[in-house]
Design a protein around this ligand. Structure first.
Ligand code: HEC
Length: 138
């Protein structure tokens, strides 16, 4: 193999197997908690993280309006309303939502009967997960 080609190949390998920064590694690890229901797929169909289809695609979730995956038809009324009211996923409200989704929705709407459709929570590491998803969607 010519020397330059070998060098290019090695560089590509190093990039492929690069050890992720700690925040990324933590986010990647935590993604396991989400993949049963969520996937991450770019608009051109490239799947960045495999996962289920019973929940919205989380591509570009950082800075995305709530309830905005046009291919997901089963948003709760409260999530759709939150989006219409201008809720945008920042790191702060993402972490807050994941801590307790119903509590988040109830505080947001002031309606203590509000229930979203996400039956999962994450008490630690949601900030790293947010960064991971943000970087994945760049
Ligand atoms: C048991 C299935 C399930 C799991 C596990 C799950 N989710 Fe969800 N998630 C949902 C559903 C269903 C919705 C839609 C909620 C609604 O409409 O009220 C949702 C909505 C969301 C939203 C809002 C999406 C939007 O388009 O506005 C975010 C953000 C989110 N989930 C993040 C996560 C993260 C991060 C994890 C992993 C820690 C996770 N979810 C785990 C089912 C799940």
């Amino acid at each position: 193999m010519p020397r330059t080609l070998a060098a290019v190949t090695l560089t590509a390998l190093a990039a492929t197997f690069a050890i992720p920064a700690p925040a990324t590694a933590a986010g990647m690890e935590l993604w396991r908690e989400c993949r049963v229901c969520h996937m991450v797929a770019a608009p051109d169909g490239t799947v960045l993280e495999r996962g289920g289809r019973s929940a919205p695609n989380l591509y570009g979730i950082a800075g995305r309006r709530a309830g905005a995956d046009a291919n997901f038809r089963r948003y709760s009324d409260v999530m759709q309303q939150a989006g219409r009211d201008g809720l945008v996923w920042s790191r702060e409200n993402f972490v807050d939502y994941l801590r307790d989704t119903n509590d988040f929705m109830q505080r947001l709407t002031g309606d203590y009967d509000s229930r979203g459709h996400m039956n999962a929570s994450l008490s630690e590491g949601a900030d790293a997960l947010f960064d991971y998803l943000r970087d994945l969607s760049r």
